[in-house]
Design a protein around this ligand. Structure first.
Ligand code: NDP
Length: 281
């Protein structure tokens, strides 16, 4: 059976370090760190994420300013708010919760945030810095989910150099930045997606699998090499029948945990793996 990679415990350590840094900013530099959190609309998952981020920020002595806008908000209004936050010296970071409603061009909004306040790391310049790597990487804000996943890997794999890693998914917020971080660690990286041929075969040769697909429990033991390390980024809500026969739901990853645990050497659980790391990072 695979060893569990405990993201919850690791995330608590990160938050303690962030709090220390934050306390130093307050006491030594008279800077009161402040994050602006912008939520447009009523997406239930987004509301939960925003709530968690606000709570964790408070735990780390980081102030938050919440901006909750109607789902019907137009692009101009949102861009105006971003402009105000960019110019507000009491705000140090800006998080715009994605996805945004259809009438708004996400790329326009993300790239309107000044690079130094783009703490999500989605701005084209931050993405470019990550892609270039080396010294440029030191200047970049790195997207939190891949960063959290990499920290877990570094904590559990003795030497990443030369390891073969397959990243399943090529989104701008997880798959692509994850692959770039792993290249930077000198892994040999393959990115697979919905058009990849013989995807199972490709995955079954990897020392490391990072699954960021959004398909409940798609990856089972057949996809894995013996001893593979598995990072499950997926968060999927599925319906279940409760013991009393009533309908309920639960959160599962992109990996079939029971099956994958038979072959993997180490694996992140869902929940309790990448999720808490994302919030902490
Ligand atoms: P996207 O929907 O943006 O991307 C999904 C990727 O998976 C795409 O590249 C897509 O391929 C690929 N894919 C979809 N179906 C298949 C398939 N059958 N076989 C192979 N590849 C497939 O999702 P995100 O990257 O935003 O998120 C991925 C998952 O991670 C979701 O479950 C999400 O909820 C979760 N997540 C979790 C976070 C956390 O904190 N733990 C944070 C962010 C996301 P193609 O490009 O060809 O369409």
């Amino acid at each position: 059976m695979a060893d569990l990679i405990d993201g919850k415990a690791f995330a608590a350590k990160i938050r303690a370090e962030v709090k220390e840094d934050s306390d130093k900013l307050i006491s030594q530099k008279q800077v009161d760190p402040c994050l602006a959190v912008v939520l447009v609309g009523e997406n239930p998952a987004s509301k939960v994420y925003v709530g968690q981020k606000t709570k964790m920020a408070a735990e780390c002595n980081i102030k938050t300013k919440d901006f909750k806008l109607e789902a019907s908000t137009d692009q101009e209004t949102l861009l105006k708010l971003i402009d105000e936050l960019n110019n507000d010296s009491s705000v140090h970071g800006i998080l715009v919760q994605l996805p945004l409603p259809k009438q708004i061009d996400e790329r326009k909004v993300i790239d309107a945030i000044v690079v130094e306040k783009d703490v999500d790391g989605f701005h084209a310049i931050n993405a470019g810095r990550l892609s270039i790597g080396g010294d440029m990487l030191k200047k970049a804000f790195i997207p939190c989910t891949p960063l959290g996943s990499l920290l877990l890997l570094k904590d559990h794999v003795e030497d990443l150099k030369g390891k073969s890693a397959v990243v399943i998914g090529r989104s701008n917020i997880v798959g692509k930045p994850m692959s770039q971080l792993l290249i930077e660690e000198s892994c040999t990286v393959t990115v697979v997606h919905s058009k990849t041929k013989e995807i199972e075969k490709v995955c079954s040769q990897a020392d490391i699998i990072v699954a960021a697909i959004g398909r409940a429990e798609m990856i089972d033991s057949k996809w894995l090499k013996d001893g593979a390390v598995v990072i499950d980024v997926g968060i999927n809500r599925i319906s279940i029948k409760k013991e009393d026969g009533s309908e309920g739901s639960k959160i599962v990853g992109d990996v079939d945990f029971e099956s994958a645990s038979e072959k993997a050497s180490k694996i992140t659980p869902v929940p309790g793996g990448v999720g808490p790391m994302t919030i902490a990072c």
